[in-house]
Design a protein around this ligand. Sequence first.
Ligand SMILES: CCCCCCCCCCCCC/C=C/C(=O)SCCNC(=O)CCNC(=O)[C@H](O)C(C)(C)COP(=O)(O)OP(=O)(O)OC[C@H]1O[C@@H](n2cnc3c(N)ncnc32)[C@H](O)[C@@H]1OP(=O)(O)O
Length: 719
Amino acid sequence: MAQLTRVSGSVGLITLQNPPVNALSAAVRQGIVDTVKKAVSDPLVKCVVICGQNGVFCGGADIREFGAPMTGPPLVPMIHAIEATNKPVVAAIEGAALGGGLELALGCHYRIIHSKARVGLPEVTLGLLPAAGGSQRLPRLIGVPAALELITTGRHVSAAEALKLGIVDQVTDDNTVDTTVKFALSVVGRSLESRRISTFPCPPVSDLDAVFDVAMQRVRQSARGAIAPVTCVQAVRAAATLPYTQGMKREQELMATLFTSGQARALQYCFFAQRAVSRWSMPSGARWDTSKPRPISKAAVIGLGTMGRGIAVALAQAGLSVVAVETQEKQLMDAKQAVSGMLERGAKRRGVAPALGLVSYSHNIQAVAEADLVIEAVFEDMDLKKKVFQQLSAVCKPGTLLCTNTSSLDVDHLASQTPSPELVVGMHFFAPAHVMKLLEVVYGPRSSPQAVATAMQLGKKMGKVSVAVGNCRGFVGNRMLKPYMEQAFFLLEEGATPELVDQALEEFGFAMGVFRMSDLSGLDVGWRVRKADGLVDPDATSGRSARIRQGRRYSPLGDLLCEQGRFGQKAGRGWYQYDKPGSRVAKPDPWLHNFLEQYRARHGLGVRHIDHQEVLERCLYALINEGFRILEDGIAAGPEDIDAIYVFGYGWPRYRGGPMFYAGMVGLANVLERLEHFHQVHPDVPYLQPCSLLRRLVASGSPPIQKWREVIRKVHSQL
Ligand SMILES: CCCCCCCCCCCCC/C=C/C(=O)SCCNC(=O)CCNC(=O)[C@H](O)C(C)(C)COP(=O)(O)OP(=O)(O)OC[C@H]1O[C@@H](n2cnc3c(N)ncnc32)[C@H](O)[C@@H]1OP(=O)(O)O
């Protein structure tokens, strides 16, 4: 797990060996302790180089070990022992030195990095802090403000920035290990007194209290309930105010508060869930590892509204040549300007040249003839999309993959418009498409595994978290949103206000509550869908029938607001009021409160006190229940898929792991019991009826989330 070889006569080369990222497992730590001891005691070894196998220095502590009792040598004394040696130890950083990996490198006397490698202390993203001395050494090395920023955000920095900040001593474009070996030989005999970071005083900061107050305010605001960023600030403060030994003690104490926390568990689950979703499977048995994607070099986007523009940008930024088609000349010109602007701003942010030349524009659909893959992003209207698919089938070269960016329409139905339905998949992007991380790749019964593999790989290339899901109304994300929003509407009928509901959800950690979100995205969107579904009935104004549709409880509140032109932010009024149309500052609206009172009176609805707990249970458990139905239906392959969708696309607080993980944390039996209760109280709300998979999981002893797939498999095999 760590191998010592002697190279160039007198250099002890220690290679960490734990593929794929040389994480510091118990065996690797033991290997480092043993090899360092051996190298130090070998008179033929004059200096030591530590590197990682397969082009990666070290991805940090082994996250998989965190759930179990710690074994093997601990990191802190291991790193101290390296720092204390009287032979120079130099880190040769290729690929990445992250978390414990960078902390290990900070214990070395020098650090050489390859120009393409990156470093960082991302522990905060896992609900932890850099507790292998990182919170104490980094501020001593690069100063408090820079260390605070890196530790509280977990940001990875490039080799060039690492050099500028003083984290590394040299950047190389050549073979990193060879360069480091030469470097190590060149420093043999030099005093190491000034190279031990733990002995450095923390560089003084002029107004320490102000710096930490500002940092604390910043993290509290952006972390919205996450505890690790706050704890990271406290740890860095210890570095700035205490001698090293005491600072280390404080680091350990603070780490102890985080290490077993629910937030840390949730964030570490998210880390693996994000990776697990790339190992997709379909009910047919097709899988990620047996399906080969097609190479895509030229893509096309049809329809350059907001979504189409964002998709074109995302494709170009991924290095693909893009044909952007919009039949309306004026819209085409506007889109060209908008896309160029987005590409320029994105390139500036990333410090690269804008990929303007990769995008060509046309008002003629014939221009897509040579594309390997086309993404249709026209208005959400089945007839229009069908027409586009028929045109594409006539124009595109054989084998072109046809994708639709629909958020809810039937992908199978669209596929049936083409002679090659196996080449059709949904690519459900989220607005703004070049920014949002989530992509739902929707397969139908006829989509070929190769088509799915290609869309998944393209998503990865665009930097998305791509999740393969089956075709159903709303797919996964929007399907689960429906019961969630429905409960929010019902709560208004029963006595809540939009402010109360939103506050409960925002305190839970959502960036925006359901009503603020609805105002942002526009109330008319849902209204159109409900109209198409035959749910909107302007004549049903009073009596019981006004609140029943298709045999189930229905709240017409959203429809009534739309009838008043209250479409949300863009109209300057919706569930809230705004200073002017387009303004983003939501203010409680006395008109709406009055409207709700009148509505309740008209329908004879008693007002009761509703607290935050009820808001959370009603809204979230209804959403979770639908998640279980989705698993039962085989629309999502596992709970990780649902959780990734909610964390990366719907603002679910990452430190709560996603809805299915959250259900496990609350206790499946508790969720079931509350749903049973709510369904008893509201028997006309089918979404509150506990799903049979949830019952089954509870009956099988509420296994941990990692075991749910076994129960789901059993359910499917019995169908
Ligand atoms: C009672 C209380 C006691 C309290 C006291 C406790 C004291 C304990 C002290 C411990 C102190 C620890 C301090 C240090 C903590 C850490 O180091 S936490 C880890 C920090 N590191 C990271 O966050 C880096 C995570 N990894 C990455 O960002 C990327 O993987 C990468 C390194 C940049 C490589 O990216 P890429 O090439 O894209 O590959 P991936 O697909 O992401 O990963 C490949 C597989 O490797 C798995 N993996 C990656 N990193 C780790 C890791 N650190 N541990 C375990 N596994 C890792 C990853 O999951 C992939 O595998 P699959 O999931 O199977 O796909």
